[in-house]
Design a protein around this ligand. Structure first.
Ligand code: LLP
Length: 463
């Protein structure tokens, strides 16, 4: 992931310390449309606005740190995915990226389905009125209680992840007098080009049942025999933050080969395949993500071609984008607390949040960009590291960034593309209070997940 160093701006030595940075942008005040959501802009006073509301007002009303989610952008992205895949395919939003009641309602209104992976996500989905048949239930170790709840609710599909689970779900469904629609998650043996922790289709990891060695074919054999199950298809998710379609191509080909094998052995053509999520987004202007229509076209062509070659009817395709829908729609707003220049190294800019609201930098070495948003500045670019207020030096939000050299305590800075896996992976480390998520649309801002309070923390502490 690391990038080569470039000569820096005027305030820096000829050779910069090692890091991920690129050259300073020519205009530090510019907001690159790749990383900022669609309604973000700067007003004539130089203050950044989202949905027509300026961030200084948002900070006053909702405090910092806070996530501001551009609802217009979220809905537009849902529609783009739904339209790209059309009537003959299904888009399941992966709720693990970020889920709340409001999000569930937006998905419902925009015609998307929902992938949940825990009892908590299922409860949120059902509570907010997502029809159960539009829910897919995932997980490599679903509890019996979770399975029972999902089957009773009537979820559209449960994605089976192990041999034990095949029996478990069949048993529970039969006990309830139901036949549960299921898919089998397979690992296709693809090395996705992404961080090891978010690659999921190589064999040496916990998810799915391997195609290699006939394991997946055996899983199909067992599932087809059980009365409690209706096997509707095969599922493959190869990993996350992927830009290259080659991995999906291999995955689709191998899944279709399994469908052909199933047809040959059982005389059954399974009607669906799910190719998972994992499509990458732009965290920095250097990232170059594919658009939904390009992805839909590429996947559709691969599956059709492979099915024709195997003499199979083309199955119904589904996909599960999480990050690609919600990731680009939000930014995190922070207030600068301290600015500490380290001679010959860089300037450490401490903000009022940190690894408790964005663990991705520490966990995956993720890259982000950042901008001064409460005003413009003509000062020279300053090589900076945006860090949090937590008690560990790994508490880094943006490892390498250029901010204006006149940055001062009280300035507001924002990190874009934090809609996915930031609030959903937020923690209470150091008894931090998890920030609110505020939805902004057409000049109106409303809290959809409120800020935690000290009372919330103390309520759980019953000692
Ligand atoms: N479907 C399945 C079965 C998944 O396991 C995942 C993500 C998705 C869909 C959605 O993937 P997406 O389109 O959002 O990449 N915490 C990590 C990401 C973990 C993803 C886990 N599964 C991160 O912050 O990058």
């Amino acid at each position: 992931m690391s990038r080569s160093a470039h000569p820096a701006g005027p305030r820096h030595a000829d050779v910069l310390p090692e890091g991920h940075y690129t050259a300073p942008p020519t205009d530090l005040n510019a907001l690159d449309g790749k990383v900022w959501s669609r309604t973000v802009t700067r007003n004539t006073d130089g203050v950044v606005t989202v949905g027509g509301i300026d961030v200084t007002r948002l900070a006053e009303e909702f405090g910092t740190p806070a996530y501001f989610l551009d609802e217009t952008d979220f809905r537009a992205r849902c529609r783009a995915w739904a339209e790209a895949f059309g009537k003959d395919a299904d888009v399941f939003y992966a709720g693990k990226a970020f889920l709340s009641r409001a999000v569930v309602r937006w998905l419902k209104e925009e015609g998307l389905n929902l992938d949940v992976c825990s009892g908590g996500e299922l409860a949120t989905a059902l509570d907010a009125g997502m029809p159960a048949e539009r829910i897919a239930f995932h997980g490599n170790n679903k509890s019996e209680a979770e399975i029972e709840r999902a089957v009773r609710a009537g979820v559209g599909r449960i994605v089976l992840d192990s041999f034990q689970e095949i029996v478990r779900v069949a048993h529970i469904a039969q006990g309830l007098g139901k036949r549960q629609r299921v898919q089998i998650r397979v690992t296709v043996g693809v090395e996705a080009h992404t961080h090891e922790f978010i690659a999921t289709a190589h064999e040496d990891q916990k998810f799915g049942i391997a195609l290699a060695g006939g394991q997946a074919a055996e899983a199909v054999r067992r599932a087809l025999k059980l009365d409690g199950l209706e096997l509707i298809g095969i599922h493959s998710h190869i990993g996350s933050q992927i830009f290259d379609m080659a991995g999906f191509e291999v995955s689709a080909r191998r899944v279709v080969q399994l469908l052909a094998q199933v047809r040959d052995e059982h005389g059954v053509e399974l009607p669906e395949i799910d190719l998972g999520g994992g499509l990458g987004i732009a965290y920095t202007p250097e990232d170059d993500p594919r658009e939904p229509h390009e992805i839909a076209k590429a996947l559709g062509e691969i599956v059709t071609r492979e099915c024709e070659a195997a003499g199979l009817r083309t199955p119904r395709i589904s996909v599960e984008p999480g990050r690609a829908i919600v990731g680009p729609t939000a930014f995190t707003l922070y207030e600068v607390g301290t600015v500490k220049p380290l001679e010959g190294l860089r300037t450490y800019v401490s903000v009022d949040g940190g690894m408790s609201d964005n663990i991705r930098t520490a966990l995956y070495d993720a890259e982000y960009s950042v901008a001064l948003v409460s005003r413009t500045s003509e000062a020279a670019p300053m090589l900076s590291r945006v860090v949090g207020k937590h008690c560990e030096s790994g508490d880094i939000v943006v490892r390498d960034a250029f901010l204006p050299a006149d940055l001062a305590p009280g300035d507001l800075i924002a990190v874009p593309a934090t809609g996915a896996y930031c609030r959903s992976m937020a923690s209470n480390y150091n008894h931090a209070l998890r920030p609110p998520v505020v939805a902004v649309r057409d000049g109106e801002a409303r809290v959809i997940v409120r800020r935690e309070t000290e009372e919330d923390l103390l309520r759980l502490d019953v000692g």
